[in-house]
Design a protein around this ligand. Sequence first.
Ligand code: SF4
Length: 386
Amino acid sequence: MISGGPVAAPVAEAVLGLYLHIPFCDAICNYCNFNRGLLDAELKARYLVALEGEIARASEATPVDTIFFGGGTPSVLTPTEVETLLSVCRDAFDLRPGAEITLEMNPEGASNDRLHGYRAAGINRLSLGIQSFRDEELQRLGRLHSAGRAVEAFWTARAAGFDNISLDLMVWLPEQTVIAWMESVEQLISMGPDHASLYLLELYPNAPLREEMARGSWEQAPDEAAVEMYHCGLAALEDAGYRQYEISNVARPDHRSRHNLKYWSGGEWLGFGCGAHSTRGRRRWKNVSDIGDYAARMEAGEAVVGSSRELSDEERLTDTMFLGLRLVEGIDLGLIEARFGQDPWDRWGSKLEPFVAAGLLVREQRRLRLTREGMLLANEIMQVFV
Ligand code: SF4
């Protein structure tokens, strides 16, 4: 039996993150399984009014130190629209000085005016969806930008004053070889972003890309090559001064994503917009997913929460294990025992021991962490906690 348990350290003041979901895209990529739709100007205008209304009615005096505009493609917003949303956030919450304010952007929308406008509006961190620096790979993914446009977007952002930029790359693309992958990694390194995310392409069952792969006889490299891509990519980034801090994320010192760290380390956040998730204490809730339904509910003054539940102690414990093990530093077994009244090693040690013996997991005194090899098999290892 697990108890709520005493907490090891004094409880720190809750500092929230805010997530704003912008579900519109200029085109739909053939592999994408996110909650998004094609840009529709009229619906976008209604949606923004709804989003502002939802943030305003959640108003409370709690401090906020991160805001994240995610999507979809948040860069379909004009700088004025971003500024208005940020001003609503400032009015509704106690936005702390130095807060990290991130906007996800696609390279094709990265004009000089827009980037200067975002900077002036208060965005201080950009996350650019590059995916690849090879045109043929971008075309296979149905992306709207070219490799040249991606490079240009980065330098335009730097010139506009963005000193905290993250670049996303996707690995294990159709027809991608280890050499081609490393060309993208080397290109990224040569540009010197402050943070990078490396995402493995996951093909969901009905992804249009599957059909295109069949038509074009495109294949993904064998599993061993995907493993090599992951290892070689991270090794090159580390040689260049980046440090991996999560399964898919590396950063220069002091440039880890403060917002995303809340997701992995038991932080709290409020999500606004269609399909957005929120976490406060034991409570988890999710807004309705459909863009039109969300806007209509806000217009009618109705609730937009689609589902909500209180997590049991057992669920909170397994969540802590799942998410904490994504971090390179892993989890502190002593802190978890103090919090939940149960030593995770007593509970799962016999099932985890084979992974330790296989070099996938390391137990160092009171710390448990995945090795890099273990990170590639994280889903299998995490089954122990299900
Ligand atoms: S731009 Fe991003 S969110 Fe939009 S369809 Fe492509 S992958 Fe999905």
